[in-house]
Design a protein around this ligand. Sequence first.
Ligand code: PMP
Length: 305
Amino acid sequence: MQLRLQAPTPLVAITLDPALPPIWTKLEFLNPSGSTKDRIARFILEKAWRQGRINTRTTVVEASSGSTSIAMALACAQLGIRFIAVMPEGVSNERVLMIKAYGGEIRLAPKDGGIEGAIRITEHIAAEDPTVFLPRQFSNTDNAQAHRFLTAREIIDEIPSGRADAVVSGVGTGGTLVGLYEGLCDAGCQPVPVFARPVNFTREADVECCSFSCRIPGVVECVSTIFNPDNLPSLETIEVSDSEALATTRELMRKGFPVGPSSGLNYRAAQLYLAAHPGRDCIVVTVFPDRMERYFTTDLFQPFR
Ligand code: PMP
C-alpha cells in the first residue's frame, strides 16, 4: 500500500553570501500539502495501514498548530479516513481552511494550554473511542524514521559529493534534525547535527507556551521526546535572532524561494555555522520546511502591509 507516488523534492545549492560556500537546501515546501510534514504523515499512516492498525473505519486525531494537521488531513483524504485536527485557539484561518478543504475537522483547544493542552485533548478523545488512531508526532519515533528513510536518502542520492559535514534544522518535534542526522550517518557520513535555535529579543510578553519565539512558528520546545540532546553527542546549537531569521526569509523570497520563517531560521543558522567553520569544502545541508503563503497574517509580512 502506497499513499501516492511522491517525487523527491529538489536539493539545491543556494548562495546568498558569496563569501561563504553554498548551502545545500532541500526544498521541502514543494511536497504535496506544502510542507515537510507530508513525509511523516505518509510514513506513519502507511506503516499503521500495513500493520492493520488503521482502516477506513478509523478516525485519525492529531495535535498540531499547523503543518502536521494539514499534511495528515491530505493523507487521510487520500486513504478515505476521517481526520480531526486539535489546534490551539488563535491558529491562522488559512490553516483551518486548508484542513477543511482536505475534508478534515477542527477541534479548538484553549489557547492558554498551548500545544500540550491540545495533546491532552487528543488523549481524551482516544480514551473514549477505540476507533481513534493517534499519530503522536511529538513522541512517535516513526516521525524521525520518516526523515531517516525518505528525506535523508534523497539527500544522499542528490548531493554531488555524496557527503555532508553538517545538518542544520530548527526543532519542533525534532523529527527532521534527528532523522536527517541518523539517515546521513547510515550512509557513512559523519555530519555535525546543528540545532538552529531562534532567540526572541522583542515582544517577550507575546511568546506563546513552548515557543522560543512566536515569530517563528513550528519551532517549539518542551513537548518532544524525539529530540534528546543526550543522544546527539556532537550536537551544536546556533542561536539566531528572530528578526534576523525573518530578514533572511524575506531575502530568500526575493531569490525565488517562497518560504516560511523556519526556512529563514535554518538558512541563517547554516550561514553562521559556515562562518564559524571556514573552508570552501564544508558541505552543509538544511531544509526549507514550508511555504510563505501560510504566514500572510504574521510578522513575516509586516513590512509589506
Ligand atoms: N518548520 C515548520 C514550519 C514546522 O511546522 C515544524 C514542525 N512543527 C518545523 C519547522 C520543525 O520540524 P520538526 O518537527 O521536524 O522538528
